[in-house]
Design a binder for this molecule. Structure first.
Ligand SMILES: Cc1cc2nc3c(=O)[nH]c(=O)nc-3n(C[C@H](O)[C@H](O)[C@H](O)COP(=O)(O)OP(=O)(O)OC[C@H]3O[C@@H](n4cnc5c(N)ncnc54)[C@H](O)[C@@H]3O)c2cc1C
Ligand code: FES
Length: 367
């Protein structure tokens, strides 16, 4: 018995060592030489193999969405690989459904460039650019939420659709040795091409939000890339618009409200905004101004942590309570939601009880 256990122990140690050697060899010794990359049967370039496809594309100034910074946890960096991608890796499978697999979609941060590749990438993603910029103002909206106005340098201009996001780069800082990208929705009007405004909440021990809240100062240079995302107003529709957000989820909604104003869109619009207390109702004055400017717009804040003694005469509870209270049915309505995955899950469930379907509910999860 003891002999069997010793043999099993030796065998597993040997296979562990072998796996380690293979990993190290793959990382440090493997030389894949020059690889040719062809995108959409059109754009072609040659690169040195060995990096992930995501990083290789970045080096060519081609930016795919990558909210987790290449860790394989956001599932946003998908692109089609029709030749040369090798087998789908275990780290990709949880993000790839049947349709994705049929369409040869892969997570570009997990695939290593080891041979010539043929890729399919949606044309709008090929328009994403890298921008150098300067933070020209920072406002503290609450103790944990900052509003940044970021002026783009060198006369560059950004074109985006309200609702889209950019990826802000945090450079190395004390306590974090690596560059990291994270997604932040653009809060400013799309008519502003020379700057973007972002609303960024602090996440304890979060890599990028620690940089933004503890290190970033007015006048600092920053880089971001984008725009990305398919969360935006369905413009060909005349349906009533139901906007639902909590916390920093207000950011893309603000950009959409500017769009309603600038494009004279008069669809009936209601914005349910959830916060804990009155001081967490960020940009409440602006929201009330939108009520003055947009004839068909109403702002309905709802607070979850007010006591009976608080002088708050608005709605109390969560945004799901507001859906229950104000929305009778889904007739000729579209809902747009933004915020934490937990809020979105419970709000979508509530909307579906009212008759909404996947066709008239659109959302951006900040997770
Ligand atoms: C499309 C999109 C748009 C987004 N827009 C915005 C925006 O406009 N404003 C904004 O503030 N954020 C936004 N986010 C979230 C943002 O991208 C980051 O995930 C967030 O700022 C945390 O980044 P971090 O590097 O500080 O934390 P990380 O280092 O990534 O995370 C540290 C830890 O905190 C956890 N964590 C991450 N996010 C949260 C959270 N929100 N609450 C609690 N725990 C968390 C992680 O699981 C991890 O354990 C958006 C996300 C997406 C996908
Ligand atoms: S970048 Fe997030 S999964 Fe690939």
């Amino acid at each position: 018995m003891t002999q069997i256990m010793i043999t099993v122990g030796i065998m597993s140690s040997l296979s562990g060592i072998l796996a380690l050697i293979l990993t190290l060899a793959n990382q440090y010794i493997a030389n894949y030489g020059e690889c040719n990359i062809l995108i959409n049967n059109d754009k072609e370039f040659t690169v040195e193999g060995g990096s992930t496809l995501l990083n290789t594309l970045n080096e060519q100034e081609l930016f795919l969405p990558s909210a987790c910074g290449g860790k394989g946890t956001c599932g946003l960096c998908k692109c089609g690989i029709t030749e040369g991608g090798g087998p789908v890796l275990p780290t990709e499978t949880s993000f790839l459904n049947e349709d994705d697999l049929k369409n040869n979609l892969r997570l570009s941060c997990q695939v290593k460039v080891k041979s010539d590749l043929k890729l399919t990438i949606p044309e709008d993603l090929l328009n994403a650019r890298k921008y150098e910029a300067v933070v020209d103002s920072i406002k503290e909206l609450t103790n944990t939420i900052r509003f940044l106005r970021i002026q783009i340098s060198d006369g560059q201009q950004i074109d985006f659709t309200p609702g889209q996001y950019v990826q802000l780069l945090a450079p190395p800082y004390p306590g974090n040795p690596e560059e990291v990208f994270r997604a932040y929705s653009i809060a400013s009007p799309s008519s502003n091409h020379d700057h973007v405004e972002l609303i960024i909440g602090y996440v304890e021990e979060g890599l990028v939000t620690t940089y933004v809240h503890q290190f970033l100062q007015e006048g600092d240079n920053v880089s971001f890339n984008g725009p990305f995302g398919d969360f935006y107003l369905q413009k060909e529709s005349d349906a009533d618009i139901v906007l639902i957000a909590v916390g920093t989820g207000l950011a893309p909604i603000r950009s959409i409200l500017y769009q309603l104003k600038e494009e004279n869109i008069n669809r009936k619009t209601t914005f349910f905004f959830g916060a804990k207390t009155e001081k967490d109702l960020i940009l409440a004055d602006e929201m009330k101004e939108f009520e003055e400017i947009l004839p068909n717009f109403s702002y309905k804040p709802v607070l979850s942590r007010v006591t009976e003694e608080d002088p708050w005469d608005g709605d109390r509870g969560r945004v799901t309570d507001s859906i229950e209270k104000y929305i009778d049915n889904a007739d000729n309505k579209e809902a747009y939601l933004c915020g934490s995955p937990v809020m979105i899950e419970s709000a979508v469930k509530k909307l579906k009880e009212k008759g909404f379907t996947d066709e008239n509910v659109f959302y951006d999860e900040f997770g």
